[in-house]
Design a binder for this molecule. Structure first.
Ligand SMILES: [Zn+2]
Length: 88
């Protein structure tokens, strides 16, 4: 089986599992002007793998905003809070 076939099949499974919605803002694909991107939940720059369990869908705006972050400051407590995992 060609390697690209596996990658395409894996991307299709991620899109279907995410129900074609951004994992952060929940915008559905048909309302986003660009194709939803497959992103790393834990960024590869922080040791995240490209295994399907670490991949999810994100709209370009959320993906650019999240970038390499794994946590954000909570606006109410000003404490660093980890990002949620859209798979769980
Ligand atoms: Zn989004």
């Amino acid at each position: 089986m060609p390697r690209d076939y596996l990658a395409i099949d894996g991307a299709r499974r991620v899109r279907e599992t995410a129900r074609h919605r951004c994992g952060d803002c929940l915008s559905p694909q048909h309302l986003v002007m660009a194709r939803l991107e497959i992103e790393h939940i834990i960024p590869s720059s922080r040791g995240g793998t490209s295994d399907e369990s670490n991949l999810w869908l994100s709209c370009p705006l959320c993906n650019r905003y999240k970038a390499e972050r794994t946590s954000f400051l909570d606006p109410e407590t000003a404490a660093e809070a980890p990002l949620f995992n859209p798979r769980t």
